[in-house]
Ligand binder design. Structure first.
Ligand code: ADP
Ligand code: MG
Length: 284
């Protein structure tokens, strides 16, 4: 099993190495990086390239580790017990009818190896990663209601992503292989854009990329635009048929790009940018 990138996804050499290292070590791959740098998509692409089904678990602030294992639906059971039909009476007898399997359960009991994505683990509370340590380590857990041990038939290929909003506990980090997706340099970015918009004209791309990196390198931005924002913006530029001249001023000074709302997502950043452009123009 080796991952070599895919048609829809531009993977740098070190990213491919990291994926394969995690596979060899049989450890989860922890992928960090700015939002929009292709962390979620990586799991989807690797799963597809290795022909594995992908189970996705998108973490929210309220997600508990137990939900990934199983949940006991007591309400439904109570209702069935009060219904008094032959059908419900039959169901009530077996507690297994009220166990809702979580993604880990599904991944562990699948007939063939699957990929498992635990997306944005830093959204959950601080205990969440610790609560999953044993399950991820031993690849098994116990269901108390049915008194059975759920053991992985095949070890799933685990991807864990984090936007770096919270630190993860050391004990958790120790069990993962870590990779930080650096923000793509211009060459890599060109390849990524090419995957999405193969027909984009070279001149437009060059000018748009320059504007994009200018905006991104503005000191003091609260939220730097990332890959997905550049892609959105390019899509708009093409859809609206924005002429090249609108993107670049004759004297190569910074100007406010059209549809800047695709790149800058809060008013402080827009104001900062406008001020800079204003000062630039006065200094002519
Ligand atoms: N390396 C890449 N190759 C191709 N497309 C990419 C790449 N990185 C990011 N993208 C684009 O950016 C979008 C956002 O990626 P996503 O995986 O959702 O980012 P993240 O999970 O890191 O926030 C994707 O839908 C894809 O279109
Ligand atoms: Mg994501």
């Amino acid at each position: 099993m080796k991952f070599q990138g895919s048609q829809n996804y531009v993977a740098t050499q070190d990213l491919m190495l990291a994926v394969n290292a995690a596979i060899t070590l049989k450890r989860p791959l922890l992928v960090k990086g700015e939002p929009g740098t292709g962390k979620t998509m990586l799991a989807e692409e690797v799963a597809q390239a290795l022909d594995m089904p992908l189970l996705q678990w998108h973490i929210k602030s309220t997600t508990k580790a137990q939900q990934g294992l199983y949940e006991y639906d007591a309400v439904n059971r109570l209702r069935d017990s009060q219904l008094n039909t032959a059908d419900s009476a039959e169901r009530v007898k077996d507690i297994r009818n009220y166990i809702v399997q979580g993604v880990l359960w599904q991944a562990f009991t699948a007939d063939r190896p699957v990929a498992l994505l635990i997306d944005e683990i830093d959204k959950a509370d601080i205990e969440f990663p610790n609560d999953l340590l044993r399950e991820i380590d031993r690849m098994e857990f116990y269901c108390y209601e049915t008194r059975e041990l759920i053991k992985a038939k095949h070890r799933p290929l685990v991807f864990i992503t984090s936007n770096n909003e919270k630190e993860l506990p050391d004990a958790f980090l120790r069990r993962c292989f870590f990779h930080y997706i650096k923000f793509p340099d211009a060459d890599t970015m060109k390849k990524i854009v090419d995957v999405h918009f193969p027909k984009l004209k070279d001149e437009l791309l060059t000018v748009a990329m320059k504007t994009f990196y200018d905006v991104r390198n503005l000191p003091g931005l609260k939220k730097k635009p990332s890959t997905s924002e550049l892609l959105d913006w390019l899509k708009l530029l093409m859809a609206e048929d924005i002429p090249l001249e609108a993107l670049q001023s004759a004297d190569n000074k910074v100007s406010i790009p059209p549809l800047v709302g695709a790149l800058l997502k809060n008013e402080q950043d827009t104001t900062l940018f406008e001020k800079l452009v204003f000062m630039n123009q006065r200094n002519r």
